[in-house]
Write a protein that binds this ligand. Sequence first.
Ligand code: OGA
Ligand code: MN
Length: 299
Amino acid sequence: MTLDIRPLHPLFAGEVGGVDLRRAPGPDLVAAIDRAMDQYAVLVFRGQPLSQDEQIAFASAFGALDIGLAKLSKSRSRLDYPELIDISNVARDGSIAPSGDKRIAGALANQLWHSDSSFQAVPGKYSMLSAVILPGPSVMGAGDTEFADMRAAYDALDDAMKAKLDGLVAEHYALYSRMWLGDEDWTGEQKRGMPPVRWKIVRTHPGSGRKSLFIGSHANRIVGWPVAEGRMFLLDLLEHATQRKFVYRHEWRVGDLVIWDNRCTLHRGRPYNMTQRRELRRTTTRDYDAVNDGLAEVA
Ligand code: OGA
Ligand code: MN
């Protein structure tokens, strides 16, 4: 099966037409999407308003699902499955979370460049985000999502920097970005619940064989370096990697499903008027193969 794909950016990202994701995909469609993901890393499917059941069924065809940071949560999600990650500014009772609420800090953490679950020894492979309710345009923006191509970002480094990165390892910690945003409200048990993991900064993307940068807001230091020096180095590398020429910006419509490969892209949400409702639902498959490439150590 060959997919009908329209490129959305000179380097990566494509829009797929002619498929209905509301029916659980057969092996041919799964294989075709896998192949397209290896090349494009971000695929956009318009007009796919998935129910919760349909999204779980679709995502599960690509492997076991992760629940991410919800592992640390003390209460249940308002959605029907723990594997449906509630990407919204909505509280458990269905009301819009007020300014200052912990949920808002969580939603804002998604606006820092990251790779989903890079803080786990089994990190995220594909994330699939379905748009349910979107805010209107505002002076803050409309809550677009940006994706950056880490294979192109690696390729664009000069040889001296590639040599410097060779063998460097970063530590990724689940609560680092939350704490950076001032959310210190975590119990000792929660802080210890997801111990840091260590990844090589340069990894090889299995499906394309290309080298890729594995960094983002969960990376809090470089192993063996003083913290300050590691953080500034990571910040500079992130600035390089997220230049406009490496970025595809997605403007959401209700019913969009966007799939991205966390192994070779970073993403971030963009601001919006948080007094308006923004509800998306994410499923993320688990990358069990990562242990063979890039996992240096689990603390
Ligand atoms: C996510 C995420 C960004 C956004 O779903 O993992 O980071 O724009 N989303 O909501
Ligand atoms: Mn994310």
